[in-house]
Write a protein that binds this ligand. Structure first.
Ligand code: GLU
Length: 418
């Protein structure tokens, strides 16, 4: 059997981080099995669909390099197929009209589902459903409902595995009944547990806490300067694990190991601190060229400067702040560091004089600084730290001598003397 999976978002808003993980798990399963990843846009709710939302979905998937093999199919263009399928059920006596709507004759006996993650779930009709078990599949305005078009498309598109959020588990008995009504075997189901905030609350764009609200939407990670490799890596680990403690996982390895029964049954907790750490790891270890490419939307800069600060960032949005002293004399100075080294003025003048007579290359600058330390009978650190504060405003940062080299002679001498 060739695996066919799909991501079937409704373009009615922003792209939720949970949906992104659903797309990722579908994509991983397709890549793992050599199957096909279908993209289907569930846009039958014309009142709520927006072009902007569709763009956000397509851009988000492209940003994460989750390429689909087929589609996108648009449900809004498939009305004829749905009409045919409604007729089929009517002809079989399994659908009928009442009050202008078309209803499906829901079987009265319990539906048993074998979910690849949730296990065996037996669903009986609720008391309310038992009073009127037949549910609407075409509304009186002529529009077929979600349950119906979702099943028809999974059937027509020969989907073998439905991998989706656990919030759809309660819809599945209806879906299974519809498949059987068409004389088809339902696909295998894998309902993925939810992603919750660290405090166990639902991840929602309308959370009253703005910091938590931001976490729900993929777009915010893009603007904050997370890199796609890191976000994808982190989402792989939300609900799935390679069964060891490693956090940095090359995607090729995840593809090779990923399988549905390993997905954890419990809800995942979103740990933004871990994601941010992981992002720093990706920035640190990625090739400089890739870093320069990713830095462009964040102001870019001189490639030599970018190469210097690359290892010091957690998020790309920190770039302007971390590179400010390379492009302007107006940079913030850490008051604590400045106070600590306020008595070093004389030393820094001596250093400036020394540097004035030195070839402007990192190794020569290092030798000059160390030479002066010996002359003055002090430890090199007693020159290194105040020098760093004078030229960059802080005691932390990239390799001092490389930074001096990139800053250039004029800037460095002026700042030391100032
Ligand atoms: N359009 C549905 C959603 O976005 C699809 C559910 C499914 O994957 O079957 O939740």
């Amino acid at each position: 059997m060739t695996v066919r999976v799909r991501f079937a978002p409704s373009p009615t808003g922003f792209l939720h981080i949970g949906s992104v993980r659903t797309a990722l798990f579908n994509w991983l399963y397709a890549r793992h099995t050599g199957g096909t990843f279908v993209l289907r846009i569930e846009d039958t709710d014309t009142a709520r669909n927006t072009e902007q939302s569709l763009r956000t979905i397509l851009d988000g998937l492209a940003w994460l390099s989750l390429k689909h093999d087929e589609g996108p199919y648009f449900q809004s263009q498939r009305a004829e197929i749905y009409r045919r399928r409604i007729q089929e059920l009517k002809d079989k006596g399994l659908a009928y009209e009442r009050d202008g709507a078309v209803r499906f004759k829901m079987p009265r006996e319990p539906v048993v589902m074998n979910d690849l993650i949730a296990g065996t779930v037996t669903r009986e009709l609720t008391d309310r459903e038992a009073l009127d078990p037949d549910f609407v599949i075409v509304r009186s305005d002529g529009n077929p409902v979600f349950h119906f078009v979702n099943v028809v498309d999974d059937l027509e598109m020969k989907i073998t595995h439905v991998i989706r959020g656990e919030d759809h588990l309660s819809n599945t008995p209806k879906h299974i009944a519809l498949f059987r009504a068409f004389g088809a075997e339902p696909p295998a189901y894998a309902h993925i547990p939810m992603i919750l905030n660290a405090d166990g609350t639902k991840m929602s764009k309308s959370d009253p806490d703005p910091a938590k609200a931001r976490l729900a939407s993929l777009a915010n990670y893009i603007t904050d300067g997370y890199v796609p490799e890191a976000v994808r890596n982190y989402l792989c680990l939300l609900g799935w694990s390679p069964k060891d403690d490693r956090q940095v996982l090359p995607i090729e390895e995840v593809i090779q190991k990923f399988d549905l029964p390993q997905i954890l049954r419990s809800n995942a907790r979103f740990d933004v601190t871990k994601l941010t750490w992981l992002n720093g790891e990706y920035l640190r270890t990625m090739p400089v060229d890739r870093f320069i490419e990713l830095a462009q939307p964040f102001g870019g800069g001189d490639p030599k400067v970018l190469a210097l600060v690359k290892d010091k960032l957690k998020l790309l949005k920190e770039l302007p702040e971390k590179t400010r002293h390379f492009v302007s004399d107006d940079f913030p100075v850490d008051p604590e560091a400045a106070a600590k080294w306020s008595g070093a003025g004389e030393r820094l003048h001596r250093l400036a004089d020394k540097f004035a007579a030195t070839a402007w290359e990192a190794p020569a600058l290092e030798a000059a600084l160390k030479g002066l330390a010996t002359e003055l009978g002090i430890k090199p650190a007693e020159l290194i730290h105040p020098c760093r504060v004078a030229v960059s405003g802080t005691t932390a940062g990239p390799s001092l001598y490389h930074m001096l080299e990139v800053l250039g002679r004029d800037r460095v001498l002026a700042r030391l003397r100032k």
